[in-house]
Design a protein around this ligand. Structure first.
Ligand code: ATP
Ligand code: MG
Length: 222
């Protein structure tokens, strides 16, 4: 069976010589298409670093990364940017919305970096699906936390990516709102999206089909 994501002996070292930080050490893992995987582990263990490498935001120092059986070459920034935009949707803890933009304008941001042909109506459809139709023209600064994260999910989906990378998507939300956000992610998974969720919350991890634990930049074998 072909894995959608395959990492082999990935090592990531930040900084130089005396200030070297080994964020990941010989990480190997495979993720199958359609999985929803939780990544857990202590602060500083390398979870975000792992997500950034998978999402082509950052390159590993050593090791190989295959996306759909094709080797991601570290050198070509342009190719990395294209893959990032076409294949991945990103959701982060602090939502990363542009506060002075309306909800709809926030959702449309990734389109300006994309060559994918996307229908103009897609933003409206996504906002409707996420229960935000009435907030379309409201400034992001005027939303609640749960609403912000739903806008961020709509933005992550605008390019119709097949993989969603979520870095503590419920970290800034209360329990119920966090649960709502996870419900949206599990529904998207049921529709076929491959999803990786970094979390400190065991309830969130329990909603995933598999849990990967990272400690000190290494995957703990369970
Ligand atoms: N850009 C960077 N430059 C130097 N060191 C970095 C950089 N980014 C991360 N690190 C270091 O790499 C290690 C792993 O960081 P990472 O952000 O991946 O951890 P994390 O598991 O996501 O932690 P948290 O749960 O707190 O978000 C840490 O020691 C961190 O200080
Ligand atoms: Mg992190």
């Amino acid at each position: 069976m072909m894995s959608i994501i395959k990492l082999e002996n990935i090592t990531k070292i930040y900084g130089k010589k005396d200030n070297e930080v080994r964020a990941l050490s010989n990480v190997s893992l495979s993720i199958e298409k359609g999985e929803i995987v939780a990544v857990v582990g202590p602060s500083g263990s390398g979870k975000s670093t792992l997500l950034n490498i998978i999402g082509c935001i950052d390159s590993p120092t050593e090791g190989s990364y295959w996306l759909d059986n094709s080797l991601i070459k570290n050198s070509k920034q342009k190719d990395m940017a294209r893959i990032r935009n076409e294949r991945f949707g990103f959701v982060v803890q602090d939502f990363a919305l542009v506060e002075r933009y309306t909800v709809k304008k926030n959702v449309l941001i990734p389109l300006s970096y994309s060559s994918k042909k996307i229908s103009k109506n897609r933003a409206d459809e996504l906002l409707e699906r996420l229960g935000l139709s009435e907030k379309k023209n409201v400034l992001a600064s005027d939303l609640s936390g749960g609403q912000r994260q739903r806008v961020a999910i709509a933005r992550a989906l605008i390019n119709d990516p097949d993989i969603i990378l979520a870095d503590e998507p419920t970290g800034a939300l209360d329990k119920n709102t966090g649960f709502e956000v996870m419900k949206i992610l599990t529904e998207l998974n049921e529709e076929g999206k491959t999803i990786i969720v970094v979390t400190h919350n065991s309830r969130v991890a329990e909603m995933c089909s598999r849990v990967i634990t990272i400690e000190d930049g290494m995957i703990r074998n369970t």
